[in-house]
Ligand binder design. Sequence first.
Ligand code: RRO
Length: 370
Amino acid sequence: MIATTLGPLKLDTCIYNASGPRTGSTDALAKISASSAGAVLAKSATVLEQNGNDLPRTWQSDKVASLNSEGLPNKGIDYYLSAEAIASANGKPYLVSLSGHNLADNLAMLTKACKVDGIHGIELNLACPNVIGHPIIAYDFDQLRDVLTAVQAHEGLKASKKLFGIKMPPYFDGPHFEKSAQIINDFDCVHFVASINTIGNALVIDSEAEMPAIRPKNGLGGLSGPAVKYTALANVKKMRELLHPRIAVVGVGGIESGEDVFNMLLCGAQAVQIGTCHWIEGPKCFDRIAVELQEIMQRKGYTSIEQFRGKLQNWSKEGAAKSRAARKAVEAPKAASSTATESQNNLILIIVSLIAIIAGLLGERFMLTA
Ligand code: RRO
């Protein structure tokens, strides 16, 4: 019911993990594969293992947002290409994420990844906001074109026919959506675009201590979680409108419920990734969210995601009226049950008062007789 495809890959569910939290070790990857996740995506890798930025480098607020300046802690590309890492995906599509310090590093990692059979897909991260001294690649359109030109010319990728996609930062302005999509459309090597990475360079302040909540980059880090959901939806919608139909859009950013996935799919996502919610709740979030999505689909009479994917309607008076009527239908029984409870309470109050009056009268009479 919620299966999807991503290029040649078949995913049993359209929901899987984002690269980032709980993806750095084979243990963590095995836990994802044991859940309802439709694929397994590893932590962004560099050529060599590295520890990342100084601690504390993450902050979380319940249900609102999270901030990180991890600085790419990872075990190095060879670890994520190892037989042990592949085995941890337990037969599910296994993707690696590349985030080298420069183009040469990315191409070297690409060469390695293309040679390994158990790697089903490669996501090139063009949007990490946290590497000190390195601006976000995909905000520099010349660099974006240069990187994709080099990837397109990569013989290993061509020969391997592996699924290849790019992880994008959020854009906030019409011309930026258009420019980046226009560049990406020029490159056949791109099979999917994952939008969005965290919103770069946000700041959380600890008011008690009058200082930033995290240490690296003077407190600046990538913002994620529910607060970025609406920016993510807009990016998925715009990318779907502007990219060539052969390029799939993978929605990521703030998803924490089946309804959030449903909305991403309406905007045209082929699949979705979950980062912050996975970080907070653990891999059982994939099971919960898959069930919630199926419940919504059942209620609406959908039996596959293709029936509504990309079919977000324009705003209309008829739509608003339908939505009001649906809300009323949900609220009416609630209101009726609260009126019933109120009447019941009033009745109890009357009975208790009557008992008190009768007891008082009886008491008076008893005292008089005595
Ligand atoms: O490791 C990180 O600091 C990190 C990465 Br690579 C990324 O792509 N996005 C993010 O918010 N953090």
